[in-house]
Write a protein that binds this ligand. Structure first.
Ligand SMILES: [Zn+2]
Length: 97
């Protein structure tokens, strides 16, 4: 916090004051003397483009493919295990019989 001189009434006022308390002159000079605060504000960017249907499809295709692959793998594994169980049951039946 520093003191600055009002250009109108030459009064010593705080540089944080938005206006001179003596004459009411807006202290724009005080705000301009802090360029870091203005530089910290990022420049306005262009609004994000909305994803088109093709972009969404491109994102979803690998996921769908992975899900389909997983289901197929599970079904194949389940089918193999089921056939093995059937064969073992048949073999045990033969052995017992
Ligand atoms: Zn003043």
């Amino acid at each position: 916090m520093a003191l600055v001189q009002c250009p109108d009434c030459n009064r010593q006022i705080s540089d944080l004051a938005p206006a001179c308390p003596g004459c009411g002159t807006p202290m724009k000079a005080a705000q301009a003397s802090n360029p870091k605060a203005q530089a910290a504000i990022p420049p306005p960017r262009s609004p994000k483009k909305r994803m088109g249907p093709m972009a969404r499809l491109t994102l979803w295709l690998p996921a769908l493919w992975f899900i389909a692959w997983g289901c197929g793998y599970l079904s194949v594994t389940w089918g193999v295990s089921q056939s093995e169980v059937t064969e073992r049951m048949a073999q045990s039946g033969q052995a017992a019989g």
